[in-house]
Design a protein around this ligand. Structure first.
Ligand SMILES: Cc1cc2nc3c(=O)[nH]c(=O)nc-3n(C[C@H](O)[C@H](O)[C@H](O)COP(=O)(O)OP(=O)(O)OC[C@H]3O[C@@H](n4cnc5c(N)ncnc54)[C@H](O)[C@@H]3O)c2cc1C
Length: 420
């Protein structure tokens, strides 16, 4: 049976940053298992031709994602970050483009703001907190569709404290960036010459808890590890941990998942009627958002990903709506690609649920990371993974014996771990 110190289930950004953070001078043997043939999870780039790509999932990263950037720095990857052109979002309201300012009621904002500022974010959902700050009508007209576009799902109940947390920025990196081959390329760069093993196309099908770690089944064989990290969506973690950790699994299964039907298209640039923009926010539309590739201009092509509300339209109806919005005919579409994205549908009650989850795994050989602990952004995932890597290090050190060389300070390759 294959033996590892640490097995990480899931090769999305959470699993990969955890692997990078857990390396500690190459003292632990680490295996990352990813069920798909590609790495990245929601960092999913559709490579349309040799020099054009469109994001099917995440599209924007910021220099406030400091733990991600530190890991990248260790891999000499900072120089490869590609600055995004500054472009704005527009609302699409009954097929008319509107600027965000045009949807803002200034009188309501001025009268709400002084009272709203007294309301803290803790315990409040987005609708409560920003409704008090901007006014209910402003919230409904401007912020509700904007937040739904950001989170790719109805977002009113999302915990306000998990959306915009003030974080230090890494000044050496562009404020907003992508990667030359799209964000999936950034995920792939994390494993280039990495001192850990990665296997793609190998899904984990069972996890058994043992006195000295875990035994898992994956790709038709069993493996043993002293420590196990789950970096999958919460419902997958719940399913796999049901036998070994039933109480924990019950908590994790209380997080519902939202589906997003995403369809990306590539079109000859001269055919598209829309001006250059970062994207569109749907107002009572069949999609939450349309994300454009205009932030990295291409001489001949433009790309757009429509993030549709689930179970509304079939494929042909989606293509019809796409053509209407872009002002093109079906014959103008050069290529298209459909995927189903999944994200946790987080609510205020999940903040305390995650505290319970953290209590349940404290002192165990089990580590959990993902986009459901403190926010959903790529940066939030890297922060959570850093915390878990730190906890892993402390646990390994406690079990001492065979790993006495683990350092006291939370450092990886000489870089101090940012407090997540
Ligand atoms: C449409 C969309 C747009 C977004 N836009 C942005 C953005 O612009 N900026 C931003 O910061 N964030 C954005 N996000 C959020 C962010 O991309 C995600 O929250 C984050 O990438 C999640 O990473 P993760 O590794 O936790 O999970 P995932 O990316 O879901 O990765 C989990 C991995 O586990 C694998 N897996 C599942 N089951 C198994 C199994 N049994 N065995 C082995 N592997 C398994 C999956 O295949 C997957 O690769 C967006 C998300 C979506 C969906």
């Amino acid at each position: 049976m294959d033996q590892y110190d640490l097995i990480i289930v899931g090769g999305g950004i959470s699993g990969l940053t955890l692997a990078c953070r857990a390396v500690y001078g190459n003292r632990l043997s680490i295996l990352v298992l990813e069920k798909e043939e590609r790495l990245g999870g929601s960092l999913h780039t559709w490579r349309v031709g040799s020099d054009f790509w469109v994001e099917l999932g995440a599209h924007t990263a910021y220099n406030s994602y400091k733990n991600l950037l530190q890991v990248l720095q260790e891999r000499q990857g900072l120089d490869r970050l590609t600055r995004r052109a500054k472009l704005g979002y527009r609302f699409l309201n009954e097929d008319r483009l509107q600027s965000p300012i045009a949807r803002l009621g200034w009188f309501e904002l001025m009268t709400s703001l002084p009272f709203g500022l007294m309301r803290g974010q803790e315990g409040a959902c987005l609708a409560e907190y920003y409704g008090a700050l901007f006014g209910r009508r402003n919230y409904a007209r401007l912020l509700a569709p904007a937040f739904a576009a950001v989170l790719s799902q109805p977002a009113d109940g999302f915990p306000a404290q998990w959306l915009f947390r003030r974080k230090p920025r890494m000044k050496e990196a562009p404020r907003k960036y992508t990667w030359p081959t799209g964000l999936q390329g950034l995920a792939e760069a994390l494993v280039e010459e990495a001192p850990f093993e990665v296997r793609t196309g190998v899904g984990v099908t069972a996890v058994r808890r043992k006195a000295d770690g875990y035994e898992i089944d994956a790709g038709g064989r069993s493996m043993h590890c002293r420590y196990l990290a789950m970096a999958t969506p919460p419902d997958v973690a719940a399913h796999l941990l049901l036998d070994g950790h039933p109480r924990l699994a019950t908590r994790l299964s209380a997080i519902p998942m939202a589906e997003i039907e995403s369809m990306a298209v590539a079109v000859a640039a001269e055919k598209v009627k829309l001006p250059q923009l970062a994207g569109l926010i749907g107002v009572n539309d069949v999609f939450y958002s349309v994300v454009s590739r205009d932030y990295l201009a291409h001489p001949r092509l433009r790309g757009f990903t429509f993030h549709f509300r689930p179970h509304r339209l079939d494929r042909d109806a989606k293509l019809t709506r796409i053509c209407q919005v872009l002002g093109i005919t079906a014959d103008d579409l050069m290529a298209q690609r459909e995927v189903c994205n999944r994200l946790p549908a987080l609510e205020v009650s999940h903040v305390s649920l995650m505290e319970e989850v953290n209590d349940l795994i404290k002192g165990r050989r089990l580590f959990l990371t993902g986009n459901y602990f403190q926010g959903m952004s790529i940066g939030d995932c890297a922060d959570r993974s850093t915390r878990e890597a730190y906890r892993l290090l402390k646990t390994v050190k406690k079990h001492a014996g065979s790993h006495p060389a683990v350092p006291d300070t939370p450092t990886t390759g000489g870089v101090t771990v940012v407090d997540a």
